[in-house]
Write a protein that binds this ligand. Structure first.
Ligand code: SF4
Length: 105
């Protein structure tokens, strides 16, 4: 009886720590891209496409944003989604960067 209780406790602790690790991994994956991030700055990323500096980003066309970019991996209805250009960090669906590629179709 005692030993089965001990193994139950050990198993529970193991499960609890894997859940904690999974949560940590998810939190790390789900980091939002900051505009101050050096890669974001290099590519002129902004959270709001309306704020693109058109003098610095002459190829920007009004109406372009992450939600209609080929590379955007966010789900419909979510405000942020992963972008492979920024190692899967979350970009705003209303954002824009100079790697913008119009979604086909
Ligand atoms: S590559 Fe596309 S989805 Fe990614 S940040 Fe630039 S515009 Fe947005």
């Amino acid at each position: 009886m005692k030993s089965s209780r001990r193994s139950f406790l050990i198993t529970s602790l193991g499960v609890a720590s894997s859940v904690a690790l999974t949560r940590q991994a998810l939190a790390a994956d789900a980091a939002k891209l900051e505009e101050s991030d050096p890669t974001a700055q290099a590519l002129g990323y902004v959270h709001d496409a309306a704020k693109v500096d058109k003098a610095k980003q002459p190829k920007f066309v009004a109406g372009e944003d992450c939600s209609n970019c080929q590379l955007y991996q966010g789900k419909a209805g979510e405000a942020f989604g992963p972008c492979p250009i920024f190692n899967g960090k979350l970009v705003s669906k209303d954002g824009w960067c100079s790697a913008y590629t119009k979604k086909a179709g």
